[in-house]
Design a protein around this ligand. Structure first.
Ligand code: NAD
Ligand code: ZN
Length: 255
């Protein structure tokens, strides 16, 4: 008896399954992570940090403790990352998700990314669970701060115009809670969707990682796109192994 599976045939089968699930879905939710921006040249946290930042730990830099200990170093790290984000361009993976949104009546895009590449690819409504790297507010009183060019290249964070404390990027740091209203929307989308598409996330940062599990528990189908297997891969109805910039355009074409 023939027991070997042809890997190419298996891949085609997974793609066809995913396309069918998306084609027949009434409500689709999509969760993206750092992996979708990797092909735009923005490093994931799990990639080793390079150059100037090789010896710094992102878990320490992206935290209130790190900012209190050395606001200057944290500020310069964010200004460097902001510049990389602004120089980067959306890739075919971001564009495929914007196309999917345009085709589907009920589509919710939830991202853990702090970059704006989904928006620049044409996605119209993006829930940023972890905030945005191009927005700023006071670390003490929360007052919004519009950054000047001079402040961007300064070695230390600017001071809040309302209370004089340090201004920080409006991203969610390790140990902080997520913006409540955005998390509520994301939660509701996960509860109501019949397909959840999970792209480029290792699924180890909570509560974001809970969203696909919740969707599945309530009966939704899961589709995962990631070059590496994760804890979700075995429970996914379709696991599409590969980079988002290649797999997502193929998937869109197959729908
Ligand atoms: P992560 O770094 O934990 O995992 C990235 C995942 O992407 C991995 O599973 C990896 O296999 C996968 N991946 C790598 N290249 C890929 C590709 N070309 N296509 C598809 N998948 C690919 O990222 P995470 O799960 O988002 O969680 C880490 C945290 O880091 C988040 O809180 C996020 O806010 C933050 N972060 C954001 C950015 C950004 O905004 N672009 C960048 C780095 C880190
Ligand atoms: Zn203030």
């Amino acid at each position: 008896m023939e027991t070997d599976f042809d890997p190419i045939e298996m891949e085609m089968l997974q793609l066809a399954t995913a396309a069918r699930l998306l084609r027949t879905a009434q409500r689709i939710a999509c969760l993206t992570g750092a992996g979708i921006s990797a092909e735009s040249g923005i490093a994931t946290f799990r990639d080793t940090q390079t150059g100037l930042w090789a010896n710094f730990d992102p878990m320490q830099l992206a935290s209130q403790a790190g900012f209190s200990a050395d606001p200057g170093v944290v500020w310069r790290w964010y200004m460097d990352r902001l510049q990389r984000v602004q120089q980067a361009q959306p890739n075919p993976g971001h564009r495929a998700l914007a196309d999917l949104e345009a085709r589907v009546h009920r589509f919710t895009l939830i991202t853990q990314n702090v970059d704006d590449l989904h928006e620049r690819a044409g996605s119209r409504s993006v829930l940023h669970l972890h905030g945005r790297i191009d927005r700023f507010h006071c670390n003490r009183c929360g007052f919004d701060h519009a950054l000047t060019m001079q402040e961007r290249s300064a070695p230390r964070p600017p001071q809040c115009l309302a209370c004089g404390d340090s201004v920080r990027p409006s991203v969610v740091w390790f140990g902080e809670s997520l913006p409540g209203r955005i998390l509520d929307h994301a939660w509701r989308a996960a509860e109501r969707c019949d397909v959840m598409l999970v792209v480029g996330t290792s699924g180890v940062v909570y509560p974001a990682a809970q969203l696909p599990l919740l969707a599945r528990q309530l009966g939704a189908h899961l589709i995962e796109v990631n070059p590496e297997r994760t804890a979700l891969s075995d429970m996914a109805d379709a696991y599409l192994q590969g980079p988002a910039g290649v797999v997502l355009p193929d998937l869109l074409e197959a729908i």
